[in-house]
Design a protein around this ligand. Structure first.
Ligand SMILES: C[S@@+](CC[C@H](N)C(=O)[O-])C[C@H]1O[C@@H](n2cnc3c(N)ncnc32)[C@H](O)[C@@H]1O
Length: 276
């Protein structure tokens, strides 16, 4: 792990190329295939290297998405070019797993979904809209990522509703309310939104104030060595939300998901009364 991280850190940049792709593929492979006991002891030994590796993976993921978003937008056939994206199958499996978890938590196939942290290559929203007919609101704090993601979604012939908001900023509540997050059946909290437990607590408390009581929040997490790729989210990190279900994949899907609903005691905003 350490060797992979230091070689990635030594790379001139993290834009996709043969060497960078090979290093990330090896890292993801190790994180997903190491047996549980070995993974736990390896994670314990890595200590501070874990947040350093996560930051590297977040930067690598953004560089990968920017590269592919521009590539798909420049293509004569965006659909065919998107189908060449090496992790499209993973996103489809992840969304399928998450919708299964929504059903298991008593939810229905969502009509309207907000994806918080949609990114320059908003595949979660694209799969939800294209494969499941959902109406999707893409939210991101980075205007360039939001612009690229919106252009890409439109180039695929899909509606591209976007909202520029930083979930770490209290001001985002006003934007999200105005964009109708209160009408969403499901809200996907991307793994990179809220980089640590304190960040997740602040974001989820914000959502608890904005969402309908029956809205389901899908908080993406990662366990064991997969938490070198994305931050682990624990039920107690989702302040104001009640976790109903946790799903930890044993497949090539990296993310785990926590399915949660607003705690009845924390409902405000959409009904105008303030409780907490
Ligand atoms: C790289 S994308 C990954 C999501 C992936 N494209 C998808 O479809 O599921 C993650 C995005 O989260 C955004 N992000 C991170 N923290 C955020 C925050 N506090 N508020 C809003 N967006 C955030 C980043 O700008 C980045 O574009």
């Amino acid at each position: 792990m350490t060797q992979l991280r230091t070689r990635l850190e030594a790379a001139p940049d993290l834009r996709p190329c043969q060497e960078v792709n090979a290093l990330f593929t090896e890292l993801v492979g190790l994180c997903c295939s190491t047996p549980p006991q070995l993974a736990d002891s390896a994670l314990a030994q890595l200590g501070d290297e874990a947040p350093m590796t996560r930051r590297l993976c977040a930067a690598g993921e953004t560089a990968l998405e920017q590269y592919w978003a521009r590539r798909v937008l420049a293509a004569a056939d965006p659909h065919a070019e998107l189908a060449r994206f090496p992790y499209l199958g993973n996103y489809r499996e992840l969304v399928r797993m998450e919708l299964g978890a929504v059903m298991a938590a008593g939810g229905e196939r969502p009509r309207r979904v907000a994806v918080l942290g949609s990114g320059p290559l908003p595949l979660t929203g694209i799969v939800l809209a294209r494969d499941y007919g959902a109406e999707v609101l893409h939210v991101d704090r980075d205007p360039d990522s939001l612009w690229l993601g919106g252009k890409l979604t439109a180039a695929l012939g899909l509606p591209a509703a976007t909202a520029h908001a930083d979930l770490d900023d209290p001001g985002s509540e006003h934007v999200l309310r105005a964009e109708g997050i209160g009408d969403c059946d499901v809200v996907v909290l991307a793994a990179l939104v809220g980089q640590d437990a304190a960040g997740k607590r602040a974001v989820s408390a914000r959502l608890a104030r904005l969402l309908r009581p029956d809205t389901l929040v899908l908080a993406r997490s990662a366990v064991r060595l997969r938490s070198l790729l994305y931050p682990r989210v624990r039920a107690e990190d989702l302040a104001g939300l009640r976790v109903e279900l946790e799903v930890h994949p044993h497949s090539g899907v990296v993310n785990s998901v926590l399915v949660a609903r607003p705690e009845p005691s924390r409902q405000t905003g959409i009904r105008g009364s303030t409780v907490d």
